[in-house]
Every structure is written in structure tokens, then in C-alpha cells.
Design a protein around this ligand. Sequence first.
Ligand SMILES: Nc1ncnc2c1ncn2[C@@H]1O[C@H](COP(=O)(O)OP(=O)(O)OP(=O)(O)O)[C@@H](O)[C@H]1O
Length: 242
Amino acid sequence: MLEVRELSKSFGGLKAVDQASLDVRQGEIVGLIGPNGAGKTTLFAAIAGFHKPDAGRVTLDGTDITALAPHSICARGMVRTFQITQPFAKISVRENIMVGAYLHTADRALAAHQAEAVAGMVGMAGQLDQMGADLTVAGRKRLELARALATGPRLLLLDEVMAGLNPTEITEIVQVIRDIRDSGITILLIEHVMQAVTSLAERVYVLNQGRMIAEGTPAAIADDPQVVEAYLGHGAAKVLRA
Ligand SMILES: Nc1ncnc2c1ncn2[C@@H]1O[C@H](COP(=O)(O)OP(=O)(O)OP(=O)(O)O)[C@@H](O)[C@H]1O
């Protein structure tokens, strides 16, 4: 479904992403892990049209989408969430989600209806009239997911949706992500919470200093000495093997 080939992106002299390649097949949940500053968010941004890559190619369902504008990529069925969530503070959860729905409809009633459906998927049906400013961290993460879902994606790129959540909230959002996949949406996710990666991802890519250093099942990744050395350490490797 998604093919990224030899993608590079530098900022000045810094090679944030260096000839990285990855594939996501329809129906999968694929993880992207790596140390802080490895280039994961930059790679996401380049895939989704927010950064113009210096080199490389991004293909979605066989169509070259390299460096198309984010809204064009979104209209083709791929959307990303942001690590730092920024809901519109002075409008309701319903209206925040409608912003996503307006990508494919100008009909206010239809957008509201879709927002309500999507809110149900992420467990926010009871918070539709709450103001964006009043949400907790967990609520903002769910809203970020909902806004992305409202655009009607076939492929969802999730950037650290579990950061800042407590263990109970993580368990809940893991289930939400599983439900999203079961509804037919393919998922590529950046995640530092290894427990979540293990329970969600069928395959994992490891990025280190801009380069893709490994790819495989969570268990195989945990047995790769290069990955343990560069990122996981022995504790997290044990979690992935579980
Ligand atoms: N807009 C930018 N301008 C300059 N340097 C940047 C920019 N965005 C990212 N970088 C640098 O590129 C490198 C990769 O950053 P990136 O945010 O992609 O890493 P990451 O793997 O997502 O990290 P984290 O897990 O901490 O979110 C870092 O050294 C970062 O400082």
C-alpha cells in the first residue's frame, strides 16, 4: 500500500533521514521505533507532504505522491497525526472533529454526523460538547485521532499517540487503535511505549541516526544485537520478546 524508497531529508548539515525505505501492506499495523532524534517524525513529515524530501520516492497504492501537498495526500487516503496535539481551544470537540470531515464534504450536517460517528470510535461520544481547551492529555490524544479519522483515511500515520498517558489510558488507546484497524484502516505508528508496540504491531522498523537499521517482528527485533545496542537496551528487548 505504502512504499517509501531511499528517502533522505537534511536540515543544514544534519542528515535527519538518510536513504530510509519501508513498506506498509494493506491491513497491517506497522511500528516505527528508534531513539530520540533518530528521524522518525521527519520521515513521517516527508511521507505525508509536510517536508519536501531531498531524495527518494513515496508511493501510495502505486501512485507516486512524493512531495505532494499534505491536503492532496490526505484526499488520497493517507493522513498523519501530530506528536504535539493542538486542538482548537475555543470550539467544541464536535467542531474540532468536523474540521477533519470538511476535507471531503462542505455539508455541515453531514460533517457533524461523521464527527459523531468518529467520536464513538475513539470513545469520545460523551465529550462532543466539551471545549477543546478543557480536555486532558488523554482527551487531546483521542481528539487528534478523531480529527485524523474524520478525513476518511485508508492509511493512518500515528506519531506517539501514547506519550504522556498513564498505563490505564495506554491500555484503552491500544484497544482503540486495534478497533480502528479492524474497521479496515491500515496503520503505521511511531511509538516509544514498547508494551504497546508488542501488542499492536505485526512488523517493526527501527530507525537510528536517520538510517533504517532493522525490520522484522517485535520478537525478531528484540533479538537483533544492533537494535538492542542502539535503542532498546536489555529491559525493553525483554518486553518486545514477551
Ligand atoms: N525543522 C527542523 N529543523 C532543523 N532540524 C530539525 C528539524 N526537525 C527535526 N530536526 C532534527 O532532525 C533530527 C531528527 O528529528 P526527529 O524529530 O525527526 O526525530 P525523532 O526520531 O522523531 O525524535 P523523537 O523520538 O524525540 O520525537 C534531530 O536531530 C532534530 O533535532
